[in-house]
Design a protein around this ligand. Structure first.
Ligand SMILES: CC(C)(COP(=O)(O)OP(=O)(O)OC[C@H]1O[C@@H](n2cnc3c(N)ncnc32)[C@H](O)[C@@H]1OP(=O)(O)O)[C@@H](O)C(=O)NCCC(=O)NCCS
Length: 166
């Protein structure tokens, strides 16, 4: 197992990440949100076009996670105004979980946040995404508050906000 985590710099890599995103979201959110909401959120936030716009207009960067060269996960993140760094996406294909890759992904996030001069990393996680919440708590994130966000289309995100102090 040779894991590499690299910034996505080409359209081709971003298209590949968008395909993977659709697959992971349709696996991991079943039973947490409806299929309709998964379709809506993938199109709105994780399609190639959406991610391209996040990178060009909103300060996001995406990283690919590869195991022996094969794409198996991705990270989306961005520095915010002030002292915080936003971990927007942390996604790993199911067959690659429980192997220590998530911790390497989080190390990458923390190092990017430090390089950007930030003092904390925060994220939003669905209240019913128990495994991810347990992982974040184990890795040192603290629950800050909850947030219900209207994302249009008749859908809301029902999340906890968690924060890690660097
Ligand atoms: C979230 C995600 C990236 C975590 O990856 P993972 O491979 O499942 O995580 P791991 O099993 O490597 O666990 C990471 C750490 O949490 C710990 N952990 C895992 N499950 C735990 C549990 N139930 N209780 C306590 N600690 C736990 C592990 O021991 C490990 O700690 P260590 O590296 O210090 O030993 C992955 O599950 C995923 O992609 N899920 C689907 C997408 C998703 O929900 N993303 C988050 C959206 S906010």
């Amino acid at each position: 197992m040779a894991v590499t985590i690299e910034k996505i710099t080409t359209d081709e890599e971003l298209r590949e990440a968008a395909v993977l995103a659709g697959k992971i979201w349709h696996e991991c959110f079943v039973g947490i949100i409806s299929e309709e909401q998964i379709d809506y959120m993938v199109e709105k936030f994780q399609s190639y076009t959406a991610m391209k716009e996040q990178i060009s207009d909103q300060g996001y960067c995406y990283h690919s996670v590869r195991d022996d060269g094969e794409l198996c996960g991705y990270i989306g993140m961005k520095p915010e105004e002030g002292s915080r760094f936003f971990l927007s996406k942390l996604y790993l294909r199911k067959d690659k979980r429980n192997k220590g890759i998530a911790s390497q992904m989080l190390e990458k996030v923390f190092s990017e946040a430090k390089s950007a001069g930030k003092s904390s990393v925060y994220l939003t996680v669905n209240k019913h995404n128990r495994h991810a919440i347990d992982v974040y708590i184990k890795k040192g994130f603290r629950m800050i508050k909850d947030a219900v966000t209207d994302i249009g289309g008749g859908f809301v995100m029902d999340d906890y906000i968690m924060e890690y102090f660097l």
